[in-house]
Every structure is written in C-alpha cells, then in structure tokens.
Design a protein around this ligand. Structure first.
Ligand code: DGT
Ligand code: CA
Ligand code: CA
Ligand code: ZN
Length: 584
C-alpha cells in the first residue's frame, strides 16, 4: 500500500490551497489548507501514529474535514478531492503562480488566454514575446517573468539554514548522548553558514558505529531510510530534509571533518596543494604518491585527528569553515592575512527590534530585559513608522509618546544597561522618507528600510535607497536588499552605488540576522568591508526568542570575512554613543 509522509501530505494541502486560489475561491477556504500544511510541516510526530491514536483533530488548524482528508491519504495514498481538482486546474499552474511577480491572477490569465499550463510553456511564450500584449503586461513584465523563472530554478530543493541548522543540532545532540560517541560535528554547507542547505551532513567519531547508526535510522522523525550501512547512513526526515551521517574512527577525524565540510571547490584546491607535496588526499587520509601521482601502496598514510593537522600538512594555518569557498582564502592563508573573524561574543548590542508599539509581541520593558539576559550592554527600540500601516506604524505623536516611555524605562534599568530610542523608518515608494528631518533629529538612532515598492526598476529603487543613505539623520539601512529566503528575490539595486554612498556618508548597512533575510548576504558584506562601509548585525526581534537569531547573522558576517571592528554593535557603549552623536 502506498504510504504518504507528513511532508507529502503537507505538500498536497499546500497545492490544494494554491489551486483554490487560482480558481478564485475565498481566502477563508484556501487559507484553511495552507495553514494546515504549515502545521503539518512542523509536526514532530508521524501523522500515521497520530491517526492511529485518533487524535488528528487535536492538532491546531486541523478540524473534522481536514482530519478526514488526512485519513483518506494515509489509508489510500491519495485524495479524491485533490484528484478532481487536478482535472479542473492543471497542476503546472501552481508552479507558475509561485514565480516571482506572477501570482494566481496572472497564472490564470496565461492559462485562459494562451493555454499555458506549465513553466516550460510559459518560458517559451515569454521568450517568443507572446506575454507582453496581454492585459496588464508589457515588455518589462515579460522580462520579469523570465527572471522569475530563472530564480525559481535556482531555489528548488534547498532548505533555509534557519530550519536545517536547529534540526541538525538536535539530531547531533541525540547521537552525542550515546555512550559510544566520542565526538561529533555538523559538516557540509551548514558549517560553512550557507543561507540555504541541500542536505545535512553529520559526522560522529566512534569505535562502535552500529548502535549510533541504529539510533539514527530509528529516530521518530524519520520518514524514510535512504541508506543504512556500517559507516554511512542517510534518512529523509518528516519535513523532507535529507540527513547523511558518517561514523569514523577518531584518528581520522580531522581529515573527514575537513573533507565533508567542503566546499567542494575548497577540497579540490586542498588536493592540489597536497599533490605538490607528493601526497594524495581523500576523506580518509593523506597518502604518499610517486612522480606519476600513483599511490605508493606500502607507504604509511598520514592520519589527521584534527583539522589543524590537515592544514599544517599542506603548510597552511587553520582556515575557518565559513571561508572555505575557494574565494581567496588560500592566498590569504599563505600570506598570513586571514581575517580575525567576528564571533558572537563580540556583540555588545542589538540595534533593531520591535515592540507592541508597532507589530512586536512584547513591551519595551520585556524586550530590554530579554536583551540584558542575553548579555547585551545596550539596545535600540526601533518600531515601524507611520507608512507601515499594516504593521501599526507610529504617527509622530505616538513616536513622541514612545520616547517618553523609553526614557522612563531606561532610567529604571540603571547605569549598566542603556536603552536608546530609534525607529525603523520606511522609505516610501515615492522615495521620500516617512518623517521630516526635525522629527528624525530628535531620535537617538534612525534605521531606514525599504518595505514597499521592492520591484521598482533599478534606477528608481536605487535612488530611493541613496536618498536615505545621504540623509544626515539616517544611521543604518535595514535589510538593504529586501530579499526573503527562500522565495523573494532582492530588489534590483545598483549595489556599487549603494556602497559608494554609504562609504561617503558613513551610513551603516545591516546584516539582518533573521534566517528569512540574511541581508546583506555574505558576498555583499565582504564588499562593504572592503569599501570601508560600517556594518551592524541585528536580530530585528519581534519577541524574545527572535533575539537568539543573532548566530545566523554572525555566520553570515563570517562568510563575508567580517572582523569585529567594522561592526558598530560590537563597540562599547561609549564609542557607540559618540558615533551616534557625531551624526545628525
Ligand atoms: P549542500 O548540501 O548542497 O548544501 O552543499 P554541501 O557543501 O553540504 O555538499 P554535499 O552535502 O554534497 O557534500 C558535503 C561536502 O562533501 C562538500 O562540501 C564537499 C564534500 N564533497 C562531496 N562530494 C564531493 C566531490 O565529489 N568532490 C569533492 N572534492 N568533495 C566532495
Ligand atoms: Ca550538505
Ligand atoms: Ca551530503
Ligand atoms: Zn524591523
């Protein structure tokens, strides 16, 4: 009997929601399916088990109707309702509606006017110039559709770091709790801090692999076992994530960790460096080779228990995982110029957070207390400004009221913790800022952010950002490129101009630590540093737990070769205070 996993059932509900949207059904109806899909994706337990207990309707967002549909899928492997929908709405339209800038209405339009039912057909139509004459389209929108299709093909199949890292850590912790485990690590792209992850790579050092492998494949959040061997196993989790586990002896730990951390490009360079020393290198060991590069069978392999030994064998200092992309790290290592990368402990402050005054969940006092508990020395309260009506943005009157409250609570907190008053001000779609200069002048710290009009054309959206950067009262640009991971592309900004202006005016750019944003991303953070642009790493917290997202920002900064000195919230309270005073 075909059996469906949580992930597959969630996917079907998600697709149904999309199809109902294309059909033009009410939000009430299609949202019921997408909410249920979201809940099921996060469920820590197998739906089969819950159904057997007959407690499906105890799951939030699952009522009687949806519970029956889940049961039908668990029992028969399919859903009649969905099969019927598929005869009405071509399933390819769902993918089309997820293309950036398309959506349900346009998907329907393309289908009804040009009989386009999948992405390939849409691509052909766009390339053939057939979309531009449709209502509400044009040459530009046609070009955007092509760009959206490009972006879609880059995204598919990768999981955001914010989901993969905690999942990987939880599994590793369970394996490390076994008495047979000596040491363990998350390797692969997670260790390098990539914003999205293909699969999870775990390593455990042990002399008894079997019990570790058995525990791994029998975890209750495993949907499928893809492989189960003595040194390597792979599973697919209920949420669809693939996890590879390798167990190896401690004596080879360094070599294995280095190999499976990658990147592949870094590994290739490592092998070339090894060959220059007449050594071959694979995931197990270095082995001496002859002039032709053939392994000398009776020569002793070189085992490395630590990564330091691996690098030392090719005459290099240790290279931090976040730098291992073959993007200049070897040259820097050879020249003794590796960066002194920022760490979480360098962070003194959080300069971007929201409270109940706009769309946050907690009061100013609660946010301040949460930040102090996390060892911050100072914070800035930065709610939304009036243009963000959906986020309950502050009118000038409410902003001034809030200022009083911030000052009062700051007094309560005494001298060992400082609360500044700021704002996350919208850059309006017409390019003007959301408060006049005389209001901004009264604030301690001003963040300017693009929240609307992100799809404007390059010159327009760039000019809006430049206008904010040049304003003497603006201290920081929040999440500058406006991307959302995994599926919103950044604004089409001329980043050279942005960096140039930020350097000239001394305006800082943010690395937003929220794993949905990670914006600036690493390569731009690296450019910013090279050009002398100050950075800030902020959580953009809307509640206490969000404050724990800082490590994602740190990872991103480290991938961008960022040193603590360039980041304004690593500075002491005195230095930061001087800096904001020196600005408008
Ligand atoms: P991902 O999973 O796509 O996010 O990226 P990675 O880097 O985690 O890649 P993955 O999981 O395929 O492999 C983990 C590491 O193992 C990778 O970073 C480098 C190493 N590796 C895997 N396959 C190869 C290969 O064919 N050649 C070399 N040199 N290294 C490899
Ligand atoms: Ca991987
Ligand atoms: Ca892998
Ligand atoms: Zn914010």
């Amino acid at each position: 009997m075909p059996t469906l996993t949580n992930r597959e059932i969630a996917d079907i509900f998600e697709t149904i929601s999309d199809m109902l949207q294309i059909k033009g059904e009410s939000p009430h109806r299609y949202l019921a399916y997408s909410r249920a899909a979201e809940t099921i994706r996060e469920l820590p337990r197998d739906l089969h088990v819950i159904a057997a207990e007959d407690t499906l309707t105890d799951i939030p967002t699952i009522g009687k109707t949806l519970a029956d549909k889940i049961k039908e899928m668990l029992d028969t492997g399919e859903l009649q309702f969905y099969e019927r929908l598929k005869t009405e709405i071509p399933p390819g339209l769902v993918e089309i509606m997820h293309i950036n800038g398309v959506g349900p209405k346009k998907a329907k339009l393309f289908w009804e006017t040009l009989n386009i039912t999948n992405v390939e057909e849409l691509k052909a139509a766009a390339e053939g110039g057939k979309l531009q004459d449709l209502p509400k389209m044009g040459a530009k929108s046609e070009q955007k559709v092509l760009e959206g299709i490009e972006a879609l093909s880059r995204q598919t199949g990768r999981t955001p770091l914010g989901i993969a890292l905690p999942a990987a850590q939880e599994i590793l912790d369970r394996l490390l709790a076994l008495p047979e485990s000596i040491e363990g690590a998350i390797a692969g792209s997670i260790r390098r801090g990539r914003p999205t992850i293909g699969d999870v790579d775990l390593l455990v050092a042990s002399d008894h692999a079997e019990p570790i492998m058995n525990t791994f494949v029998n975890m209750e959040n495993v949907a499928r076992i893809l492989g189960h061997g003595p040194t390597k196993s792979s599973v697919e989790l209920l949420n669809g994530l693939q996890v590879d586990l390798r167990v190896l002896e401690k004596a080879r730990w360094g070599t294995a960790l280095n190999y499976f951390t990658g990147s592949q490009a870094h590994n290739i360079k490592m092998r070339e460096l090894a060959l220059k020393k007449r050594l071959s290198l694979n995931e197990h060991a270095f082995r001496p080779v002859d002039e032709e590069g053939n392994i000398i069978e009776d020569a002793e392999p070189i085992l490395c228990a630590t990564e330091e030994e691996v690098y030392a064998t090719v005459d290099l200092p240790y290279i931090q995982p976040e730098l291992r992309e073959d993007d200049g790290e070897f040259q820097a290592a050879q020249e003794g110029k590796l960066p002194h990368l920022i760490t979480l402990s360098d962070i003194q402050a959080d300069l971007h957070m929201h409270t109940v005054w706009s769309d946050g969940k907690r009061t100013i006092r609660e946010m301040a207390e949460a930040a102090r508990q996390r060892g911050r020395q100072y914070i800035v309260i930065t709610d939304h400004s009036q243009y963000s009506t959906i986020a309950n943005g502050l009118s000038v009157e409410r902003l001034m009221e809030q200022r009083q409250e911030v000052q009062q609570i700051d007094d309560e907190f005494g001298s060992d913790f400082k609360i500044f008053h700021g704002i996350e001000m919208d850059i309006r779609t017409d390019g003007t800022l959301d408060y006049p200069d005389e209001v901004l002048a009264q604030l301690d710290f001003v963040i300017a952010s693009l929240h609307f009009g992100l799809r404007q054309e390059r010159t327009v959206v760039t000019e809006r950002l430049l206008n904010a950067i040049r304003n003497p009262h603006v201290d920081l640009i929040g999440h500058p490129r406006g991307q959302l991971i995994p599926n919103r592309e950044p604004a089409d900004l001329d980043m050279d101009m942005v960096f140039q202006a930020a350097a000239e005016y001394g305006t800082a750019l943010e690395i937003n630590a929220n794993p949905h944003r990670l914006d600036l991303e690493a390569r731009y953070a690296r450019r910013a540093v090279q050009l002398g642009v100050p950075l800030a790493i902020d959580t953009d917290a809307h509640s206490e737990p969000d404050m724990d997202l800082m490590p994602f920002g740190i990872l991103t900064a480290r991938r961008g070769w960022v040193e603590p000195e360039c980041v304004i919230n690593t500075w002491s309270l005195e230095r930061f205070t001087e800096w904001i005073k020196s600005r408008g």
